[in-house]
Ligand binder design. Structure first.
Ligand SMILES: CC(C)(COP(=O)(O)OP(=O)(O)OC[C@H]1O[C@@H](n2cnc3c(N)ncnc32)[C@H](O)[C@@H]1OP(=O)(O)O)[C@@H](O)C(=O)NCCC(=O)NCCS
Length: 224
């Protein structure tokens, strides 16, 4: 009997192999559908979906401004991965941010069950994102960055991707001579706490995080 022909693996089960090409680039309005899904995953992870009301159109209307340069307002860096070299693209000539590329050697092959959902072009898949914007420290007399979200999709965790995304923000802060990078972490998120400690960050224990929203915000806005 002739040997059975090898089965062609389906896209869902094809391992990407041991070597991955990665690229960090500025997000653009056409990335909104992926960004929206990633933010929703972040809300699920943080058990905060009751606070999630963002839509693709609310993100489109508020995230990207044609008149403000990236890094001077809301900024999203996307991390993408590909089993093959990234082709030359218009991202390479972006005047505000030259994509950061790296080849990552993985210890084990792995599968991405959401590869089709997060496909950005041919072989390229969106792995995660970091969203941040400038703040200001009067004490330092310098701007800094506030990181709103850092997220790596589950099947890509513990491969160094969080570190390269976060380092991209730190690198930009250094380049712009900013004084610091701030963010908050949910107290139960011990993995993230370990991750940030590993990055050399320190926990600032003496602050409490406040928020004014909903009716209280309306009342305060109409107080006088
Ligand atoms: C936190 C997060 C961004 C880290 O991304 P990542 O790609 O998994 O992290 P890295 O692989 O770059 O990890 C770098 C180092 O951080 C530490 N670290 C990361 N995840 C860890 C975990 N689950 N447990 C213990 N240490 C961890 C390790 O020291 C690790 O180095 P090592 O793997 O060589 O030991 C990712 O887990 C994530 O998206 N989580 C869900 C969302 C979230 O918590 N975001 C942060 C909210 S503020």
């Amino acid at each position: 009997m002739a040997p059975a022909a090898p089965q062609t693996p389906t896209p869902e089960t094809t391992p990407l192999g041991h070597q991955l090409f990665t690229r960090i680039r500025l997000a653009t309005p056409s990335d909104i559908p992926h960004i929206h899904k990633l933010i929703h995953q972040m809300a699920v992870f943080e058990r905060l979906t009751h606070l999630f009301s963002a839509t693709e159109s609310s993100l489109s209307a508020t995230l990207f401004s044609p008149t403000v340069q990236p890094f001077h307002s809301f900024t999203i860096l996307l991390l993408e991965a590909s089993p093959t070299l990234f082709p030359v693209s218009t991202f390479d000539s972006n005047p505000f941010f030259k994509p950061l590329t790296e080849v990552v050697n993985l210890r084990l092959p792995f599968e991405d069950p959401e590869r089709d959902t997060f496909k950005s072009m041919d072989d390229v898949t969106v792995v995660g994102y970091v969203m941040f914007f400038p703040n200001y420290s009067t004490f330092l007399g310098k701007p800094g960055f506030y990181v709103e979200n850092l997220y790596v999709r589950e099947c890509y965790r513990r491969m160094g991707f969080g570190k390269i995304l976060f380092s991209a923000v730190a690198k930009e802060a250094v380049k712009m001579k900013y004084g610091r990078v701030d963010w908050v972490v949910l107290d139960w998120n011990v993995n993230a706490l370990r991750f940030y400690e590993d990055m050399g960050a320190e926990i600032v224990e003496e602050y409490k995080f406040f928020r004014l929203t909903g009716k209280a915000l309306q009342a305060s806005g109409h107080a006088h």
